[in-house]
Write a protein that binds this ligand. Structure first.
Ligand code: C2E
Ligand code: MG
Ligand code: MG
Ligand code: MG
Length: 274
């Protein structure tokens, strides 16, 4: 709307703009209280073995139950959280909560792992190591049952300190997944430097399977690359039986998406799809 209104919208502050500025400030103030007042919660989305349908892992996805606005998805508040630094207490809470949940799955699925998204800001902090060590220890969860998901853009800023931190996490046994793989600065030299254990093929490629030969070639290439580098690989955003059939035929071993389970679905860890 601001674009359509042209440049005048920037000079004269329209009522709509003023309103959005206020709600932004309000939202930041609300977000400051959200962790303490227990308004955040996690949904878990299953990651399945494509051959058997068995749930191998689950990704923790944060939601904010806002007192007036209702349930907000991460896209509505994580950018604000990142700008204000509030992402750090949020990430910390998510890691602790995800480890606690994963510890309760062990009876049903002793080998199941949990995946947690980590922001770029958190990766730059030395205390990330202490946070994950504490969270796994408190929950009684083996560090190898935890995978941290990082985006290519977070990793590309990879200073020597960040690389050293990733190596320390690997030494503890924690998995490192590169999220939304293929959308950032994927390069082979960077795959050599980063001690990753897993690639997650971005859902934009999976969505175009069948309609776009290059999307097919990309999914196939990343699957082969992961195999050659001895990395786990997951196709993200599988929504249809057709996409399931194609990623399975390509030989991608794992999938995640609405077809197997929505993040708001029933807890399915330890159960089979079939
Ligand atoms: P992501 O890590 O790539 O997570 C996958 C996103 O795709 C989730 O959106 C999930 O609900 C959605 N999704 C899963 N399957 C399908 C499908 O079949 N079709 C479609 N269209 N979408 C699917 P969500 O929960 O809105 O999260 C968005 C992003 O927010 C995440 O992308 C992640 O980057 C970030 N995020 C989520 N939770 C956290 C968190 O606790 N901490 C941090 N730092 N970031 C988080
Ligand atoms: Mg993720
Ligand atoms: Mg992703
Ligand atoms: Mg994403």
């Amino acid at each position: 709307a601001a674009k359509a209104a042209g440049k005048s919208a920037h000079r004269t502050c329209t009522p709509a703009l003023r309103e959005s500025a206020v709600s932004r400030a309000e939202l930041i103030a609300d977000l400051r209280r959200a962790v303490d007042e227990q308004q955040l919660h996690l949904e878990f989305q299953p990651i399945v073995d494509l051959a058997t349908g068995a749930v191998r892992s689950a990704e923790a996805l944060v939601r904010w139950q806002h007192p007036r606005l209702g349930m907000l998805p991460p896209a509505r508040f994580l950018p604000l959280a990142e700008e204000t630094g509030l992402i750090l207490p949020i990430d910390r809470w998510v890691i602790h909560e995800a480890c606690r949940a994963a510890a309760t799955w062990r009876d049903r699925a002793p080998e199941a792992t949990v995946a947690v998204n980590i922001s770029a800001a958190h990766l730059r902090r030395p205390d990330l190591i202490a946070t994950v060590t504490e969270a796994t220890a408190e929950a009684g969860l083996a560090p190898r049952a935890l995978t941290l998901e990082l985006t290519e853009s977070a990793l590309i800023e990879g200073t020597d300190a960040v690389l050293e931190r990733l190596r320390q996490l690997r030494e503890l046994g924690i998995g490192i997944a590169i999220d939304d793989f293929g959308t950032g600065y994927s390069s082979l030299s960077y795959l050599h430097r980063i001690p990753a254990t897993e690639l997650k093929i971005d859902r934009s490629f999976v969505a175009r399977l069948g309609a776009d030969d290059r999307a097919y070639a990309t999914v196939e290439m990343v699957t082969r690359l992961a195999d050659a580098f001895d990395l786990a690989v997951v196709a993200e955003g599988v929504e249809t039986e057709r996409q399931h059939a194609v990623v399975t035929a390509i030989g991608c071993p794992r999938g995640q998406g609405y077809l197997y389970g929505r993040p708001d679905g029933p807890g399915t860890v330890g159960q089979n799809r079939a």
